[in-house]
Design a protein around this ligand. Structure first.
Ligand code: TYD
Ligand code: MG
Length: 452
């Protein structure tokens, strides 16, 4: 009998070490190493057999752009790059309760209604619970099979037996292999389960969705290695206080990354939001000081977002700076620039910035919008509600170009905006833009002249 081999794994990030360590050199976590059995030699061998290792001239490699299966939800298809690629492994991460199971159940129902046999494996909920959810979202399909199972070997057996067209594993952290001695959910188990499921997917060309929980700090629980193993990583994000949910492509071997799909959680499941700009601007107060609209580019899609700011005199020794939905450091920098270059005395004010609707906008292109919102609130003068403001702000108060200006302006025009404040360098771009009052801005001083 072969001697089984063990290694020590960081339970946070999956770092492997032959010895026990007190501190993980990769994620700097303390006391997070556990000894785990490394996969039995046999299962490693099986992956070697799959890759039979004969070099081919590239001309002779068949150029099949894997067949894509549409999911029936345009927002999901867009993120995947046009549908599910045969044999691909897709990881869906997200916080508990965000709606991963609901989304996958909807996708599976759509596929099953197109008379494809699909298999939903759950190790988290009972069949009755899933049935309740299915009834709630009106998911009825004869070809949707439900399997409540956590044993990897049994799941693989059933996949072979049922021969589904698509498999969902909800969640990968619950699956465990009897061949390893470590506990379910440990790094070794998650990696072993994923690699064997992915291998099965590649061999049979059956796509597999792996649902993965994320930890408090936002990464997929257990192994980072999981992200390297799969073809596509999607994150499902949103805010528990808001109904909207965004599915974001982080990695995609078969399509674009950073593309997003927008959904709204309703009482009967997730509904697509085909027009996110309208959705995020729906409750915007017009003519209120401190409210400004920017266009943020999410993947290839421009989305209009309202930035709100409240600047009020502080009675604290250290005035408050709070930023929600935008980068905190960026805001500090912009406050300093506005203070120094434009002479607005913001030093003694509490400043709050919020991207309305609970979205996150992390682009430098929204700098000018943030500055405008702060100036508008500080001076207590509203910005014209039909104005969109775009531009990156440098430390000397200069306004820099942003990418994809044309797409951003088009989206603003489509939503009925008539005036744009944009960087001078971008304004020099060739026309073909919709008719608009476009004001080129070179510096923050020019911004204040044109803002109101
Ligand atoms: P779920 O899909 O179970 O989340 P996850 O699998 O990511 O943990 O979604 C659970 C939440 O969604 C729960 O708080 C209830 C809510 N929900 C609705 O608001 N409407 C619905 O139609 C469904 C099915 C769930
Ligand atoms: Mg779930």
């Amino acid at each position: 009998m072969k001697k089984s081999k063990t290694s020590f794994f960081c339970q946070h990030c999956g770092y492997m070490s032959p010895k026990w360590l007190g501190k993980c050199p990769s994620c700097n976590g303390w006391n997070c190493f556990a000894e785990e059995l490394v996969a039995a030699a046999d299962s490693v061998g099986s992956s070697e057999r799959f890759f039979d290792g004969k070099p081919l001239p590239i001309d002779e490699v068949p150029a099949t752009e894997g067949e894509r299966t549409p999911t029936g939800l345009d927002e999901v298809d867009r993120v995947l790059g046009g549908g599910i690629v045969a044999g691909s492994a897709i990881l869906i991460g997200g916080e508990p309760g965000i709606g991963k199971s609901t989304l996958m159940l909807q996708v599976m129902t759509n596929l099953a209604q197109g008379s494809r046999k699909v298999l939903y494996v759950s190790g988290e909920e009972s069949a009755a619970q899933i049935k309740l959810r299915a009834d709630r979202i009106g998911a009825q399909a004869r070809d949707l099979f439900l399997l409540i199972e956590v044993s990897l070997e049994k799941i693989l057996d059933q996949i072979k037996k049922i021969e589904p067209a698509i498999v969902v594993i909800d969640s990968i952290q619950t699956v465990y292999s009897a061949e390893l001695m470590s506990a379910p959910g440990s790094v070794g188990q998650v990696r072993e389960a994923s690699s064997r499921l992915i291998l099965a997917a590649k061999k049979s060309a059956v796509p597999v969705f792996l649902i993965g929980h994320v930890t408090k700090d936002g990464s997929i629980a257990g192994p980072k290695v999981l992200e390297h193993m799969v073809d596509t990583v999607l994150y499902f994000e949103g805010d528990s206080g808001h109904a909207y949910r965004i599915i974001r492509g982080i990695k995609n071997r078969f399509g674009p990354t950073n593309e997003i799909g927008v959904f709204e959680m309703r009482d009967r499941g997730l509904a697509e939001v085909p027009n996110p700009s309208a959705f995020f601007l729906a409750e915007r107060p017009e003519n209120a000081p401190g409210s400004v609209v920017v266009t943020s580019l999410e993947g290839t899609r421009p989305i209009l977002v309202e930035i709100q700011s409240l600047v009020s005199p502080s009675n604290l020794g250290m005035p408050r700076r709070t930023a929600i939905g935008v980068d905190h450091n960026r805001v500090s920098l912009l406050v300093a620039v506005l203070d120094k270059i434009c002479g607005l005395q913001l030093g003694g004010s509490d400043i709050f910035i919020n991207a309305a609707g609970g979205v996150r906008v992390d682009e430098p292109a929204v700098d000018l919008g943030i500055v405008s919102a702060m100036a508008s609130s500080f001076l207590d003068r509203p910005v014209d509600p039909r104005t969109v403001i775009l531009g990156e702000v440098g430390l000397t108060g200069e306004v820099r170009a942003v990418s994809q200006m044309e797409a951003r302006i088009k989206e603003a025009a489509r939503m009925g905006f008539t005036r744009c404040l944009i960087p001078k360098t971008s304004a020099a771009q060739p026309p073909g833009l919709p008719k608009m009052d476009i004001r080129p801005i070179r510096s923050l001083a020019e911004l204040l002249e044109n803002l109101f």
